[in-house]
Design a protein. Structure first.
Length: 192
């Protein structure tokens, strides 16, 4: 009887412990900041080809959102979650490391006291249009929607779960990016 109770206790702990640890999420980095947004022409991407083959109507352009932080610990494969501000974040993507700036710390002005900010890029589709619709993944069209985008990053294990502060991308900046000529590539770091 005691052995049965002991096994039952261990089973309950195996279920509850990960849930308790996930609830201990830490906010890191706390200084994630929106830097810029621009269009990227990506018609040859595998996502574009897959959506076209499935009968979707993908836009050949993505929105690249550059973020920065003074912290350096972002692991490979940090996740990005985003949605329209004021609503639950519904879509996820990866956060990529951007190339280093052309202004290394030793060439910066001595009067500049800001720490070096490391840049990261999120590439978001402008249109998601599944045919037939998938209720779990709602369709969107950023050319028509007039709301701001809010996003945050996160990653971790059961022992160390973290997520960043929320970053808002104003609709006015999205609108401006949608009407500028697209870039033909993303400035991604070669070592990531």
């Amino acid at each position: 009887m005691a052995d049965r109770i002991s096994r039952r206790f261990v089973q309950i702990c195996e279920i509850l412990l990960p849930l308790l640890l996930v609830s201990c999420t830490r906010e890191r980095p706390t200084d994630l900041k929106f830097e810029q947004i621009y269009l990227v022409d990506r018609p040859g991407s595998s996502l574009f080809k897959a959506q076209s083959a499935q009968g979707g109507h993908p836009a050949p352009l993505d929105l690249a959102i550059e973020l920065s932080t003074a912290e350096t610990f972002f692991p490979h494969g940090a996740a990005l979650v985003w949605g329209f501000c004021g609503e639950k974040k519904k879509w996820s993507d990866m956060l990529y490391t951007a190339t280093d700036t052309d202004d290394p710390p030793d060439h910066r002005s001595s009067a500049q006291s800001d720490p070096v900010r490391h840049r990261y890029i999120a590439s978001l589709g402008i249109v998601l249009d599944f045919r037939p619709p998938i209720p779990e993944i709602p369709n969107f069209d950023l050319t028509k929607d007039k709301r701001d985008i809010c996003l945050e990053t996160g990653s971790g294990t059961y022992a160390d779960v973290w997520q960043s502060n929320e970053v808002r991308v104003p609709r006015s900046m999205i609108e401006k990016a949608l009407h500028e000529p697209p870039h033909t590539s993303l400035p991604l770091s070669r070592n990531r």
